[in-house]
Every structure is written in structure tokens, then in C-alpha cells.
Design a protein around this ligand. Structure first.
Ligand SMILES: NC(=O)c1ccc[n+]([C@@H]2O[C@H](COP(=O)([O-])OP(=O)(O)OC[C@H]3O[C@@H](n4cnc5c(N)ncnc54)[C@H](OP(=O)(O)O)[C@@H]3O)[C@@H](O)[C@H]2O)c1
Ligand SMILES: [Mn+2]
Length: 361
């Protein structure tokens, strides 16, 4: 039996993970956590004694002694849990990309000390992980992250001036929580994923490509030095990468329908319009700057997305806030979690100032 602690159990990933765990004879739930939604019903139904809404995730993890932590919390709030699992050498199935983006260097050090596994749940990274299995970095030319392009693919900047949260929340291919759905509309999600890939796979930024692929069937590719490119295909269904991470190294069966190749699947790829969607190149810049620049990028994005959803910031203002916050951020490296929390707090403060400034224009 694999004992699983599920953090972010009430979210989009969390609910799909519960479905996989409930159906998996080898998987046992040992803890459940959410931010504020009551999880006692979910816990009691499954005989789980360790559960909480809000509070200290590390205390919960210490009490339940998991074999695997599935971190499906949204945002920087998942940071301590990520670092704890890596430090303890407990297998970490990571959906909470913001924690790896913000704490990348600290996370790699913790992973080295802990000696455990870090399994990506993000679909692109799960795809890359699978295409890379058994290969060395020397054999890899680049990885290619696919992006659906979000609901505003093909639009110009002028056309994005007045889009509403409701329009931005209507994602064409994926059903996800509100924060990542907005991130997909601005392409900040792909920016975060470029940084996430850098830390997961140890590749420099010039070896991490992004390509737009509207149907989201190819989840990502790896190009090898012999000219071959390996891709991972499937319907856009997060239960596949969740099941892969929870079952690893096995590949358990799921009830997900097989890819119907004869039904008119189209595998179309397009270049990203970096002018309309500047947040991928801004993420690369933050990644290359290193230190706490990725943390500032992610923190400013969280603040800007919340302001957009709350009607205090226009859609194009999101990228503007992040750019200005990054320009003002102290990007020196955080030596420990305390320093990282300070960097995150400072970036949030600056981003909030920029939200107010942009709205006064
Ligand atoms: N959804 C996807 O398809 C998808 C795909 C790839 C990657 N991801 C990543 O997976 C993560 C989760 O995304 P999501 O779409 O599942 O988000 P979501 O639907 O908004 O769910 C977020 C979950 O985190 C919990 N949470 C928030 N703050 C918390 C805290 N301080 N302590 C404990 N739990 C907390 C929420 O609890 P409450 O119910 O109490 O608010 C909820 O259970 C994000 O990092 C996202 O980028 C998601
Ligand atoms: Mn993704």
C-alpha cells in the first residue's frame, strides 16, 4: 500500500486525484487538506483521520507519515509542503508548480539532501518526464512544451483590451481552477512551466521551447541529438498524469478512453505570438536572472490575477504589473525559506502598488 497525503483536495486536481485514489487498490489516503473548504466529509467517508482546512501543512504531513505527498495546492501557499517532502525524501507528486518556480534552488538542494523522487503532475512535464526516461541530458537537444494558446489565441493586443474575467475563464480545452485558467489566458502558465521545466529537468532556458498546439493532444515533446523527437499524446485529461505520478513506477490502468486516431484528430502547431503574450519571454528573463526573480514573477502574477478577477485590473494589466514588479524586485537569492517568504511578501507589496498605479492611469 502507498500512503498518500493529498494537499488541495477540494480543487480541480484534488478532486480528480481522489477519483484515482478511490479506484486504486494500491493507494491509501492518509491525509487530506484544503485552504478553507471543509474536508471532514471527504475524510470521514474514507476513514482518514488526518485532515484540516487551513493551518500548517507541515504539521499535518509530519503527523500522517506519507509515502507520497500530492501537492495540489494553488500558489505560493504550497511552498513549505514541497520543501518538506523533498527534504524528507518523501516522494513528491507536484501539481503546485508555483512552489517549484518560487523555491527552485532551495527545492533542488532539499531534493539532493532528501534523495527522494520528484514526479511532475503538470501534463507537459509528465509528458517530458516520460519521454526522457532512461536518457541523459547530453542526448537531449531540447524539450518542447505545448501550449493550447488559451481562449484568446489569435487575438491582437487591441482586442484583449476589454476582455472580462468571464471570457478569460472559458478555457477551450482544459477544465481547471480559476487561477491557472487565467494563467492560461495570459500565457503566464506557460511562463511558469518554462521555469518549472528548467528546475525539473536541469536544462538551460535556451533548450526549453514553447509551441502553440490548440487541440492539446500532444502534451509535450523531447528532441534528441539523433534527430528523433518523442512526443506524449492523449486527450486533455489530468487524470492521466495524476495516475502516472501516483502509480509510479507502475503504470496503473485507468478508465480513460483510448485515443481515437481515426476520428479526425488534427495535430496543428503554431508559433507563439510573443508580442501579444509577453509573459513567456518575461518568465525566461526572470529564470535567467535567477535568485528570487522567479519568485517575484510568480508572486506578482498571483496578485495581478486576483486583482483581475476582482475587477480591479484590466486583462493587459496583468503582464504590465508583473513586468513592473520584476523591474523593482530585489532578486538576490534566498538562503532559506524565511528569506524566500520575505522575497515573496516584498514582491506582492510592489505588485499591489503597481495594480493601484495602473488603475489610476
Ligand atoms: N487544474 C489543472 O488541470 C492543473 C493542471 C496543471 C497544473 N495545475 C496546478 O495544480 C495546482 C492546483 O490547481 P487547481 O486547478 O486544482 O486549483 P484549484 O481548483 O483552485 O484548487 C486549489 C486547491 O488548493 C487548496 N488551497 C488553497 N490554499 C491552500 C492552503 N493555504 N492550504 C491548503 N490548501 C490550500 C484549495 O482549497 P479550498 O477549496 O479551501 O480553497 C483547493 O483545494 C496549481 O498550482 C495549478 O497550477 C493544475
Ligand atoms: Mn500544464
Amino acid at each position: 500500500m502507498k500512503r498518500i497525503a493529498l494537499l488541495g483536495a477540494t480543487g480541480s486536481i484534488g478532486r480528480q486525484a481522489l477519483e484515482i485514489i478511490d479506484a486504486g487498490p494500491e493507494l491509501e489516503l492518509c491525509a487530506l487538506a484544503a485552504g478553507s473548504t471543509d474536508v471532514s466529509g471527504l475524510a470521514v467517508e474514507r476513514g482518514v483521520r488526518n485532515f484540516q482546512s487551513g493551518g500548517d501543512l507541515v504539521a499535518l504531513l509530519e503527523a500522517c507519515e506519507p509515502d507520497l505527498v500530492l501537492n495540489a495546492v494553488v500558489g505560493f501557499a504550497g511552498c513549505r509542503a514541497t520543501l518538506w517532502a523533498l527534504e524528507q525524501g518523501v516522494t513528491l507528486a507536484l501539481a503546485n508548480k508555483e512552489s517549484l518556480v518560487a523555491a527552485g534552488e532551495l527545492a533542488l538542494t532539499a531534493k539532493e539532501r532528501g534523495g527522494g523522487l520528484l514526479l511532475p503532475v503538470d501534463s507537459e512535464h509528465s509528458a517530458v518526464f516520460q519521454c526522457l526516461e532512461g536518457r541523459t541530458v547530453e542526448e537531449v537537444v531540447s524539450i518542447v512544451l505545448t501550449a493550447s494558446g488559451g481562449p484568446f489565441r489569435g487575438r491582437s493586443r487591441a482586442e484583449l483590451q476589454r476582455v472580462t474575467p468571464e471570457q478569460a475563464l472559458a478555457h477551450p480545452t482544459w477544465q481547471m481552477g480559476p487561477k491557472i485558467t487565467i494563467d492560461s489566458a495570459t500565457l503566464a502558465n506557460k511562463g511558469l512551466e518554462v521555469i518549472e521545466a528548467h528546475f525539473l529537468f536541469g536544462l538551460p532556458y535556451e533548450q526549453i521551447e514553447v509551441i502553440v498546439h490548440p487541440s492539446s493532444i500532444v502534451h509535450s515533446l523531447v528532441r534528441f541529438r539523433d534527430g528523433a523527437a518523442l512526443a506524449h499524446l492523449g486527450y486533455p485529461d489530468m487524470r492521466i498524469p495524476i495516475s502516472f505520478a501516483l502509480g509510479y513506477p507502475d503504470r496503473p490502468a485507468t478508465t480513460i478512453q483510448p485515443l481515437d486516431l481515426a476520428s479526425g484528430l488534427t495535430l496543428e502547431f503554431q508559433e507563439l505570438d510573443e508580442e501579444t503574450f509577453p509573459l513567456v519571454s518575461l518568465a525566461r528573463e526572470a529564470g535567467r536572472t535567477g535568485g528570487s526573480a522567479p519568485c517575484a514573477y510568480s508572486a506578482a502574477n498571483e496578485v495581478a490575477v486576483e486583482a483581475f478577477l476582482g475587477g480591479q485590473l484590466c486583462f493587459l494589466g496583468i503582464a504590465e504589473v508583473i513586468e513592473r514588479a520584476l523591474a523593482r524586485a530585489d532578486t538576490s537569492a534566498a538562503r532559506d525559506l524565511g528569506a524566500l517568504v520575505e522575497a515573496d511578501t516584498a514582491a506582492r507589496r510592489v505588485a499591489a502598488e503597481e495594480v493601484a498605479r495602473i488603475e489610476r492611469l
